[in-house]
Write a protein that binds this ligand. Structure first.
Ligand code: MF3
Ligand code: CO
Length: 275
């Protein structure tokens, strides 16, 4: 979500509430698996969007992006962002071509509980530069999960995690997007706190302590070149200013006494990461 001013305090969730979010998370993981399987040469973006919407509705869930308020309501159930598009790319008649770097982001609500996740996928054979960017983005998210587990035990602050994420991205030669951040999530898709992927004086001021009951959508966005972005005339699509590629991955993470519960993991790789 777009970074904004004065944040509120977070709302904590019980284990039962997180279990409800896990059910929504299963569906989001299923929708992303479906999208991944469709991400081949010739597929139209709008076909992926329609398949995801149908998948959610068939499972009794509500797609959360559809109609999301903005200058114009968000038209799809997914954000499908290609290459230099960072996030919020619109489903269109554009067909996938060999070498595209596709980011699929989606969220649903099931029985009142939300989950939100994103993947970055290569279409056919992609350049080694794009593949490296994709891998580092995945690595940054994995590192964040592990570091949350470490800091949760110490009751450390989010900025400790964000600092590690930024360092890993920058050590690999990339830049973290700062205009968009992760977020708390629960009954609503966007809840406090804001969850930045970098550290500066401003993020330090709105830092928060990691504690059981928090549920965070962590979503690093890494740019191959400069960190700056702009929004296209469609009022949604966020692109890099320099035209270089970007990668984005996201999981909804539940912080528990047992460790970090990956609420949007696929059913087959159920995991609670602890140290
Ligand atoms: N995961 C993104 C976010 O949290 C996607 C939002 S798309 C929108 O901001 F359509 F809902 F805006
Ligand atoms: Co999100």
């Amino acid at each position: 979500m777009l970074r904004s001013g004065r944040p509120d305090g977070p709302q904590l969730k019980t284990a039962e509430e997180m279990a409800g979010m896990r059910k929504a998370g299963h569906l989001v993981a299923g929708a992303l698996r479906l999208s991944h399987s469709m991400a081949t040469v010739g597929t139209k973006l709008e076909d992926i969007d329609r398949a995801v919407e149908t998948f959610f509705r068939d499972h009794g869930a509500e797609p959360l992006f559809k109609g999301y308020p903005g200058k114009v309501p968000y038209p799809g159930s997914t954000c499908l962002s290609l290459n230099d598009q960072v996030v919020h790319g619109l489903p269109s008649t554009r067909q996938l071509i060999e070498g595209d770097l596709l980011k699929v982001d989606t969220a649903c609500r099931l029985d009142g509980w939300c989950a939100d996740a994103a993947i970055t996928v290569g279409v056919g054979a992609i350049s080694s530069a794009k593949e490296r960017l994709r891998l580092v983005a995945c690595e940054v998210l994995e590192l964040a999960i592990l570091e949350i587990a470490i800091q949760l035990k110490k009751r450390g602050n989010w900025s400790e995690v964000a600092g590690k994420m930024q360092l890993r991205a920058e050590s690999a030669g990339y830049r973290m997007v700062t205009q968009y951040v992760g977020h708390g999530i629960g009954r609503a898709m966007h809840e406090p706190p804001q969850v930045p992927n970098y550290v500066d004086r401003q993020t330090k001021r709105s830092d928060f302590r990691l504690e059981p009951g928090l549920v965070l959508a962590v979503e690093p966005m890494l740019n191959m070149g400069d960190s700056s972005t702009k929004v296209l005339r469609d009022h949604w699509t966020v692109v890099t200013r320099d035209g270089l590629s970007s990668a984005h991955v996201e999981h909804t993470l539940g912080l528990t006494d047992q460790g970090v519960w990956v609420l949007t993991a696929d059913q087959k790789d159920e995991r609670i990461v602890s140290v």
